[in-house]
Design a protein around this ligand. Structure first.
Ligand code: ADP
Ligand code: MG
Length: 221
């Protein structure tokens, strides 16, 4: 379970351009939930996702994973915690364009020296299989379509067996057919046990999710 308690965040604290991006946000995420966070541009969605996923320490409040306060861990423990437990999926995919699909998916396994090359190969193949891209594994990322790139990004997010996936507008650059396929893939991963936090501004993406939060001016409505 992830608990977000009284989280507020200001950018440029104390300066004339100070922005209050989050204002006293509290909610919890149960294991196996598929949470949607919806809101207009500038409402604080990305800030909230970064705070929950351990990338951005909030000005106030706490984020707790099963009683472990992530911002109280030593810096290297926070990144180790993220590498092992959390997967990220972004609107712009963030693939290495000249690396193959296979190479892109193998990247998160590299810092964890506990696996042999053979184990890495089988984990990467399994993840690519799961997203339906086994036949594209030797294609370079720049040679793939948008929908295929997002599948590679999802394979990269799940290859570490991360329990929680954070997706920041993963369908933002896709047409409706590909958006639909990516959402179905995320729904299937949720059915297989992944906890997912999805940011979107498309109402249709939130159909059937376990909880939908509407964010407005940094506040959950
Ligand atoms: P959303 O993802 O909903 O579009 P963001 O969380 O990116 O919203 O932004 C919330 C508010 O914080 C916006 O007003 C934005 O301009 C501001 N903001 C976001 N990132 C920064 C930053 N690094 N420095 C200053 N202000 C920022
Ligand atoms: Mg955003």
């Amino acid at each position: 379970m992830i608990k977000i308690e009284r989280v507020s965040h200001k950018y440029n604290l104390g300066l004339s351009n100070e922005v209050k991006a989050l204002n006293n946000v509290s909610f919890s995420i149960n294991d196996g939930d598929f949470i949607g966070i919806i809101g207009h541009s500038g409402s604080g969605k990305t800030t909230l996702l970064n705070v929950i996923s351990g990338l951005l320490k909030p000005s106030e409040g706490s984020v707790t994973y099963d009683d472990k306060e992530i911002y109280h861990l030593a810096m290297n423990h926070t990144s180790q915690f993220r590498n092992r437990n959390i997967g990220f999926i972004f609107q712009d995919y963030y693939l290495e364009p000249k690396f193959t699909a296979f190479e892109n998916v193998s990247i998160p396994l590299m810092p964890q020296k506990e696996w042999s090359l053979k184990e890495i190969e089988s984990k990467v193949n399994e993840a690519l299989d799961l997203v339906g891209l086994a036949h594209r594994k030797h294609h370079k990322a720049y040679q793939l379509s948008g929908g295929e790139k997002q599948r590679v990004a999802i394979a990269r997010a799940i290859v570490t067996d991360a329990k929680v996936l954070f997706a920041d507008e993963p369908t933002g650059n896709l047409d409706s057919k590909n958006s639909h396929e990516i959402m179905n893939l995320l729904r299937n991963l949720n059915k297989q046990g992944k906890t997912i936090v999805l940011i979107t501004h498309k109402n249709e993406d939130t159909i059937g999710l376990s909880k939908v939060l509407f964010l407005k001016d940094g506040t959950v409505q």
